[in-house]
Design a protein around this ligand. Structure first.
Ligand SMILES: C[S@@+](CC[C@H](N)C(=O)[O-])C[C@H]1O[C@@H](n2cnc3c(N)ncnc32)[C@H](O)[C@@H]1O
Length: 276
């Protein structure tokens, strides 16, 4: 694994991301999972599950959840989160890599790939991760995969003061050229993220001239659906999570995003919303 990715996550940046500036992403993800995952009880493999925010939420909702992540700190944090809810613990939390899953063929009902695809810079590795997800899914199982837009850092830089720093401008230039995001100051500027591959939105969504993300195994067995956008250009907002209007703004943003979905909502949300 790229040592910059390990250094970035070893700083503990993921622990509170989804309860601070990433709350919109959390709410939107839970909303989508609630609609697209098979109903509980079902087995979910959370690949690159980080500290286990989604995994423990799903376990509380009645799923048998197994988490893997290559970062030791994340596995420890996921185990701690699991131990904190003894009546709905995780099935397991282990070190692992999306490119070589330990799970057996056709052994799970859903795979979450909410991280690995944007940290695997080499297209061959992303294909391996998708092949592995497909291998472990039962027929009719669901793969929920996340990609980051090639314009993500640009939009983030415009919404913040980041472009004042020429170092950030250089990073974004490289993003735009080939989608390869690299942060030369991974420990001093963790907010500039770490090594990643940023997809062109049309490719990740299933449009565009070449083979696409969704065409590589979005759903096993019963055909494929385009992926709805998770949080679009509003991923980081509203940043002022503690402001009096943050909750209303987040609700408004979620409504807007839901209207943009290319796939009509399937069913009603089944997971309880994240705490705002
Ligand atoms: C931004 S975090 C997302 C965590 C969580 N899935 C979420 O959506 O909040 C990205 C995660 O991908 C993991 N990751 C990076 N490369 C990976 C790989 N090759 N296989 C599995 N996980 C990987 C990282 O360790 C990290 O936990």
């Amino acid at each position: 694994m790229d040592p910059d990715i390990v250094s970035h996550y070893a700083m503990g940046v993921e622990e509170d991301r989804l309860s601070t500036w990433g709350r919109l992403e959390r709410e939107r993800t839970l909303d989508l999972l609630g609609r697209f995952l098979p109903p509980a009880p079902a087995t979910v493999l959370d690949v690159g599950g980080g500290p286990g925010v989604y995994a423990v939420h799903l376990a509380r909702a009645g799923y048998d959840v197994h988490l893997i992540d290559p970062v030791g700190l994340h596995v420890e944090q996921a185990r701690a989160a699991s131990a904190a809810q003894p009546d709905a613990p995780l099935g397991s939390a282990e070190l692992g890599d999306a490119r070589a899953l330990a799970a057996g063929d056709r052994s799970v009902d859903a795979v979450l790939l909410l991280g690995p695809l944007y940290h695997l810079v080499d297209a061959k590795d992303r294909r391996r991760a998708l092949r592995e997800a497909r291998r472990v899914l039962r027929p009719g199982g669901v793969l929920a995969a996340a990609a980051i837009s090639r314009f993500g850092a640009t939009i983030d830089g415009l919404a913040t003061e980041a472009f004042r720093d020429p170092g950030f401008e250089a990073i974004v230039e490289a993003d735009q050229r080939r989608g390869h995001h690299r942060n030369p100051d991974v420990t001093d500027r963790p907010e500039w993220f770490t090594t990643a591959y940023f997809h062109l939105p049309g490719r990740a969504r299933g449009r565009g001239p070449r083979r696409r993300l969704r065409a590589r195994g979005a759903r096993r067995g019963r055909g494929r659906r385009p992926l709805p956008g998770r949080s679009g250009p509003l991923a980081g907002g509203p940043r002022a999570a503690g402001s009096p209007h943050a909750r209303d703004r987040a609700r408004g943003v979620r409504t807007l995003l839901a209207r943009r979905e290319p796939t009509p909502a399937r069913g009603r949300p089944r997971l309880s919303p994240a705490r705002a």
